[in-house]
Design a protein around this ligand. Sequence first.
Ligand code: PEP
Ligand code: MN
Length: 336
Amino acid sequence: MIIQLNKNIKPAEKDAIVKKVNGLKYEANEVRTQKGTYLIGIGSSDFDIRQIGNMPGIDDIHIVSDSYKLVSRKWKVRPTIIDLGDGVIVGNGELAIMAGPCSIEGEAQIYETIAHLKASGIRMMRGGVYKPRSSPYAFRGLGIEGLELWYKHARAAGIKIVTEVMQVSQIEPMLEYVDIFQVGARNTQNFNLLDALGKVDKPVMIKRGISGTIDELLYSAEYVFSGGNERLILCERGIRTYEKASRNTMDLNAIPILKEKTHLPVIADPSHGIGIRRHVEAIALASVMAGADGVIYETHSNPYKAFSDGQQTIDFKESEALVKKMRASYELLRSF
Ligand code: PEP
Ligand code: MN
């Protein structure tokens, strides 16, 4: 069960509710987020909601049979909207587009990417300054100096920053520069990182684990929400299967399934999903038509020279064309 507590609840009222919940053989877990305070009842016994629903201090009570609770659509039918400020919003019924290089490489690249995004009406720029690389000898990112440089130009241009945080100790120094913390596929089940991001008042986008199930992704989101941060976005980025013809297998199925299971916005990453530059467009458009709230993809002025993931990175001309096609597809979908 999820009990939404009134913001003016008195301590004695809360104690009485906890006692009642325990009396129903439910464990009561208090969750305090930016938006409210909840009591999450964990248990399985059957009870009559009227036994508890009228107690003073309760705004609303919901029976949620899913094992993840706060991210479930069963109690929050309205979609979660993530407001990044300055009119940049994810999940509000507009297609959210996040584009940029796999890695931030330097000032010139930041500059030319921002110019491209502005020309295409894109307000969110992706890019890694801490890169999880399969090989320790590969480029691993410019770190905090790269982020500061990026921030300087992005702020001036009204562009929001989406970037991966790899470990707990990076959160604090990154905090003032980041608009959306990305949890990478290799870290989806780094529960210490998820706990720490629960304490942060910045949106978090969690990518699906490389071999993670849809439910495991939802549990990862539940970690952050129950830690205190409900500004969450999910990202389908393909999973590892026996198929070798593509880098990953983009699980388009996950998009409508997630949209049904959770109130959180769902973003698709066709770049990592298929891993092949010339097919990114097809998978991006398919993701839009499958009901994604947005798309994140890799673009670079010269993908052949990109420091990482060049093989799946489209150039600015292709990016410009893709944005037009995605927006037209989204409009078409909405017109049905
Ligand atoms: C990335 O976005 O560049 C990235 C490393 O993604 P993922 O964690 O999905 O592999
Ligand atoms: Mn990448």
